[in-house]
Design a protein around this ligand. Structure first.
Ligand code: GRF
Length: 251
């Protein structure tokens, strides 16, 4: 697996996206800050020339490209190699990545999905449809998954997942917005961990390493952090969600 020549050289991160790019914006903001030592967003491409994500990249003075043949492996590989891509991220990207690119970027190709895979994933499961299906099935918990990409939609070894509560009165729009807030927090952490080498895809096909998850006091659903790395962990605040989880998962 090719990564930056020296551990001190930030990884060059390319992002593929099809839509508005709010996850891209979360990556841009994250790597413009403290995580700049781990990685830098250097190229953004979309299969839609009018994708809002491309404008966000241009506003951040990041090189952009439009994918005329997104399923053409050689064309996409040459674009990514020209951009000297170390890590490739799918952020709201709706096309299947061609096998040649998956092979070339194994262990450094990540995707984010707004559900707890393997549930509510696969071909055709994107955008509001996912959240509508979660509500339709009466699920009380949904969430976010970041995973390494393989040759299939929404499959590949899972790097991290985060639970998000389904609350009374939710519709697909409300639920999607709550899930998206968690996406914007989890994706940059996972990309930084892969870019810095803290998380790797082993030859055994399993994910190795540790994801440091800072604890935020501002997002109740985030506060139910399954990982508490603060020196004096404070007791979780009892919310509708934590009460529900305590009922569903008695320790
Ligand atoms: C997000 O929920 C993402 O997980 C999904 O598409 C949605 C839009 O993402 N794949 P963005 O605002 O374009 O990043």
């Amino acid at each position: 697996m090719m990564m930056p020549a020296s551990p001190h050289t930030p990884a060059r991160i390319s992002v593929l996206t099809s839509g508005g790019g709010s996850n891209l914006q979360a990556l841009i903001d994250h790597f413009a800050g403290l995580a700049a030592c781990a990685g830098v967003i250097t190229f953004v491409a979309s299969d839609h020339e009018r994708a809002g994500a491309l404008q966000r990249a241009r506003d951040a003075r990041i090189a952009t490209g439009v994918l005329d043949a997104p399923l053409d492996s050689d064309a996409l590989l040459s674009l990514l190699e020209t951009a000297k891509t170390d890590v490739l991220v799918l952020a709201g990207y709706l096309k299947l990545v061609p096998e040649g690119v998956v092979r070339a970027f194994r262990g450094r190709l990540l995707n984010i999905h707004p559900a707890l895979l393997p549930a509510f994933g696969g071909p055709g499961m994107y955008g509001k449809r996912i959240h509508a299906a979660v509500l339709e099935h009466g699920a009380t918990i949904t969430g976010v998954t970041v995973h390494f990409v393989d040759e299939h939609f929404d499959r590949g070894p899972i790097i991290a997942q985060w639970p998000v509560p389904v609350l009374p009165g939710d519709d697909a729009t409300l639920l999607a917005a709550r899930v998206l807030r968690t996406e914007h927090r989890l994706l940059p952490l996972c990309v930084a961990a892969v870019a810095s080498g803290a998380i790797v895809l082993g030859a055994d096909g399993r994910v190795h390493g540790h994801l440091d998850v800072p604890q935020s006091v501002h997002a109740p659903e985030w506060r139910f952090a399954l990982i508490d790395d603060s020196p004096n962990p404070s007791p979780p605040v009892a919310t509708a969600f934590t009460t529900e989880v305590a009922r569903l998962f008695p320790r």
